[in-house]
Design a binder for this molecule. Structure first.
Ligand code: FES
Length: 105
């Protein structure tokens, strides 16, 4: 499988986010306190972009704008209704000065 380039490593500082597509899959890549995470940019309640909502860079939490479900970025777990299923997580790596991710399903 091919990795998708997200951006240069220095373009994703702590607290910042990027969205890239791997085929039909939108991937939200985040820098939480210096660690990189990649999740599907889709709330597990309904098909809504999590990148539209705030990223709580203090708690590592994503908030869905549509009905206010929250997710723990590290585990992917839903923290409150109306979402119950965890986020789909993807691999992310830094190589050759850039950030990469892919849909590995
Ligand atoms: S679509 Fe995200 S909480 Fe409903």
């Amino acid at each position: 499988m091919t990795w998708v380039k997200v951006c240069a490593e220095n373009e994703l500082a702590p607290g910042e986010t990027r969205v890239v597509w791997d085929g039909d899959t939108p991937i939200l890549v985040l820098n939480f306190d210096g660690a990189l995470y990649a999740v599907e940019d889709k709330c597990t309640h309904e098909d809504y972009e999590l990148s539209a909502g705030p990223f709580d860079a203090e708690q590592g939490r994503l908030v869905c704008l549509l009905h206010s479900a929250t997710f723990d970025l590290r585990s992917g777990e839903a923290q409150c209704a109306p979402a119950y299923l965890p986020l789909v997580k993807f691999p992310v790596k830094v190589e050759d000065g850039a950030v990469w991710t892919r849909d590995d399903r």
